[in-house]
Design a protein around this ligand. Structure first.
Ligand code: HEC
Ligand code: HEC
Length: 97
């Protein structure tokens, strides 16, 4: 069977659908920010400012190494790498965030 242009477009669409599923599942595997006493202030800050970047600034107060709450050894980024966008990966337990 000869693969024509139409077939290639079909293959590309299937591949794109799988790529999207993969990307979504990866995001969902990342743990959300717990809705507990320790994280209440971060939730309040986000609700007050409406800015995840503002809320991000509070995370390294506890999440730092050495001495603070440690990161997994395979954590993609560490605070020493520069400004942290924690909430870009770790979603808040709120609708639409
Ligand atoms: C580029 C995406 C990304 C960013 C930015 C990021 N993380 Fe993570 N983090 C992950 C992934 C992936 C894991 C491992 C999977 C998981 O357990 O969520 C993880 C795991 C963790 C864990 C361990 C969760 C457990 O298993 O108990 C903590 C705590 C954590 N991150 C805190 C932070 C904090 C605080 C920041 C900001 C200073 C941050 N992360 C920024 C992706 C990210
Ligand atoms: C007051 C200290 C404090 C602040 C501020 C804080 N955390 Fe945490 N975080 C903790 C502690 C302690 C843990 C360990 C688990 C626990 O006891 O809740 C934790 C656990 C986590 C986990 C892992 C949850 C799990 O399911 O294992 C993530 C993700 C996380 N924090 C993200 C963040 C992000 C993002 C911010 C900033 C918006 C932040 N934290 C701000 C103290 C803090």
């Amino acid at each position: 069977m000869r693969i024509n242009k139409k077939d290639w477009i079909f293959v590309a669409i299937i591949a794109a659908v799988f790529a999207v599923f993969y990307a979504i599942s990866g995001e969902e595997r990342t743990k959300r920010v717990p809705l507990d006493e320790k994280h209440r202030a971060s939730y309040e800050l986000f609700k007050k400012t409406g800015s995840k970047m503002e809320a991000d600034k509070g995370c390294p107060a506890c999440h730092f190494e050495p001495g603070g709450v440690p990161f997994p050894s395979k954590h993609p980024v560490k605070p020493k790498d520069g400004p942290m966008r924690c909430l870009f990966c770790h979603k808040l337990k709120l609708a639409g965030t």
